[in-house]
Design a protein around this ligand. Structure first.
Ligand code: PMP
Length: 364
């Protein structure tokens, strides 16, 4: 740390992203990327012509991408029995959903009103609170890692929950989310749906009923654009205005030209999206069953990862042994997770390599 760093950041502990090895080739199952390449339209859109336009700034409103997201979700709510329109004014896009989460925490928290989150969740939430110097409240979860929404009763903070939850993959029903929204009308409720496309129902269907709801999404997991950095939030027009105020006070051109083009294609190719997420969900169930046969405890994940533990060794040991053998999974330093590792659902071939290595490690 330099002697110039502001006093307020001296104790800031930044988020530690998962390993992204740039040299050695691993079977990479550690940061919940898709095992598929981006949809064909993305490859086409990122043409020489598109690259040649990089001398010009990108559209600060990312209009085409915002439109594509609004259209997808308008169709989604219709298919799920609701009849309201999600318009461009209800959507903001960001450089990965991390960025829009940063805008949200910035916009709605202060020293008197922090953020409450389940004690196991996305590790970035407490970091945002530290960055902004606002209180972070960790809410107890049950022993089986499920979220007990009654534990949020009577708190004074805003609430952010990843659904399905980060690390556990466990899914909270829309009824539970409705309860949270109705019991906390004066607070912002953020539902982070990074993993929702792998078996959950999007809370976007509730946007017509609750003005305190923000749904956050990403194209990193189910739309193959982790390296393109495209995220978004959907909420009331007023909330989107607030978030734009933050964005335009920070980085108006927050999405680059190529990511906007890629994002539009990825949102529009619904067939590819459906086909690829179906494979991920099938592979997830396959991996769950195979690991259970080997005596593993496996969470009932509705996500593109599973959290697993074996009575034969701790999480760190299993992670290190797999890494030695060229398979990268995620060990999370949280005390509650010391016996667990998180495994991203890869292709069947990748999962079979993982299973072979696990069998050898366990002598099974
Ligand atoms: N929310 C959750 C729950 C996540 O696990 C992640 C991925 N680390 C993100 C948001 C951020 O994803 P991205 O910035 O790639 O959109």
């Amino acid at each position: 740390m330099s002697k110039f760093l502001s006093e307020k950041f001296k104790d800031l502990e930044p988020y530690t992203p998962g390993e992204q090895p740039q040299d050695k080739k691993y079977v990479k199952l550690n940061t919940n990327e898709s095992p598929f390449k981006p949809c064909p339209g993305v490859m086409k859109a990122l043409s020489e012509e598109a690259v040649s336009q990089l001398y010009l700034y990108s559209d600060p409103t990312a209009n085409k991408l915002v439109e594509a997201i609004a259209e997808y979700y308008t169709n989604y709510v219709k298919e799920n029995g609701k009849n309201f329109v999600i318009s461009k004014e209800n959507v903001i896009v960001s450089n990965g959903s991390d960025e829009v989460l940063a805008f949200i925490f910035n916009a709605y928290t202060d020293k008197d009103k922090g953020m409450a989150c389940p004690e196991i969740g996305y590790g970035f939430y407490p970091v945002f609170c530290s960055l902004y110097g606002v209180p972070f409240k960790s809410i107890k979860i049950r022993d089986d890692f499920s979220i007990d929404i009654s534990a949020f009763k009577g708190i004074s903070e805003n609430i952010t929950i990843a659904n399905p939850n980060a690390q556990t993959g466990l899914y909270l029903s829309l009824n539970d989310i409705k309860t949270l929204l109705s019991e906390n009308k004066d607070r912002i409720i953020v539902i982070d749906e990074a993993y929702c496309d792998f078996g959950g129902e999007s809370a976007s269907v509730l946007l017509d009923e609750y003005e305190n709801l923000i749904v956050v999404g990403t194209l990193s997991k189910s739309r193959q654009l982790a390296g393109g950095r495209v995220g978004f939030a959907i909420a009331s027009k007023e909330i989107i205005q607030d978030l734009n105020t933050i964005k335009y006070s920070f980085n108006p051109y927050n999405l680059n030209r190529l990511s906007i083009l890629a994002g539009v294609e990825a949102m529009k190719d619904v067939d590819y999206f459906n086909k690829t997420r179906k494979v991920v969900m099938e592979n997830r169930e396959y991996l769950k069953e195979e690991l259970k046969k080997l005596g593993f405890k496996v969470t009932d994940s509705k996500s593109n990862f599973i959290l697993v533990s074996t009575p034969k060794m701790g999480g760190k040991e299993l992670y290190l042994k797999l890494k030695e053998r060229g398979v990268l999974v995620r060990f999370l330093s949280d005390e509650l997770l010391k016996n667990w590792v998180r495994i991203t659902i890869g292709s069947k071939e990748q999962l079979n390599v993982l299973l072979k290595e696990i069998k050898e490690i366990l002598g099974a």
